[in-house]
Write a protein that binds this ligand. Sequence first.
Ligand code: SDX
Length: 427
Amino acid sequence: MPEIAKLILNGNTYELPVVEGTEQEKAIDIGPLRDLTGYITLDYGYKNTGATSSAITFLDGENGILHYRGYPIEQLAEKSSFLEVAYLLVYGELPTTEQFANFEKDIRNHTLVHEDFRKILDGFPASAHPMGVMASMVCSLTAFYPESISNRSPEMIELTILRLLAKMPTFVAWAYKHSIGHPVNYPQNKLDYCSNFLHMMFGLPTEEYAINPEIVRALNILLILHADHEQNCSASTVRMVGSSKASLYSSVSAGINALWGPLHGGANQEVIEMLEAIKADGGNTQKWIEKAKDKNDPFRLMGFGHRVYKNFDPRAKIIKKTCDTVLANLGINDPVLTIAKELEEAALNDEYFISRKLYPNVDFYSGIIYRALGIPTDMFTVMFALGRLPGWIAQWKEMNENKEPIGRPRQVYTGPTERPYTPMNER
Ligand code: SDX
């Protein structure tokens, strides 16, 4: 007998169907609600509202579980590569040897960007925040590939996906080089995805760039851990923009802007700035814990708390472990890592954080690794975007394949009721 939800309104009883996901999570389907009752629901920030059904990523916030297409994040971080995880998220299955070889070849054939992108880049001051540069560069792809705007054939969508996955590392590296006044590096297609990115980021025309396998491995793990996270703010943005049949490029550009916010992807940059401020302030972690608890103080413990995880963010656990390994292998002793661990220890034993189930999230330790890899702080959120790209693409592709309707939420109106226009000299 299918489960139903009963709603009693003004003495009437209404029945609404209950849907159940493959991991036994349940939802009340309120599709018929307004037609049945004339009522809508209200849920600020969609804390209780599912906007869609999806087969891409499953996360269980209470138990700290994260799966991409059913595969546990711990196993993917340990055994897979970022490009293989990108294939998994976008196409739904782990590739065979032949499928991956073809995929990698296709990606390599699209890493170069139109030379005019250098003119676009030159239009930005070196001080421009790279997230703004990235959002502009990605949206500018519609100018160089106008057929991507209206041609929605499977072949065109596949080509658009490959172009975006292939060119994003080039954009990221070029944005960085522009910000430091260095010449850009062109992709080297003999290199794998992450090695190619590192070479474009840190290679110099004056010397051979030595690929460090430790750094390549750490980067693969970081990007895998950021690759998707179901209906987070930026993925929901990509789906919302894409639901109007906007192109993948403009939808992802919108997602980059959503990720930029300090409460979302921008938190990784804020975490390092917070840790540096605590270090400069003498390292008194308890003082900053008290600030975070003080309702009159706007300061929040950045990298702590999560809308869904009310237990440890499984990604934070892996990143923390990777942090120790990378810094040890690179012989780096970063004092902010010590501060971060003290801060974590203090918060996890403080009633304020315990009662609100606030734990370290993906952003708490990631910046320390990025810094160890030589990536500057204002590029941290761009690195998050590079990692999240396959997830955004997968979400956009799924929404299109499921032919979902244009997103258009309702509202409860609280403004003035009808009133007549008054001439200005009578106001
Ligand atoms: C990401 O959604 C995703 O999946 C996102 C992400 C992904 O992979 O896409 O996981 C990536 O965005 C991670 C989150 C990065 N952001 C931060 O680290 C910023 C700091 N964290 C918070 O601002 C906050 O925890 C959010 C935004 C992450 C979640 O906010 P919610 O779910 O809306 O919770 P809330 O703001 O309503 O907070 C509930 C309570 C409040 O106190 P009370 O009003 O109950 O007294 O917890 C407090 C908040 O003041 N609180 C914090 C806190 N986070 C929440 N207090 C101090 N420090 C914090 N970090």
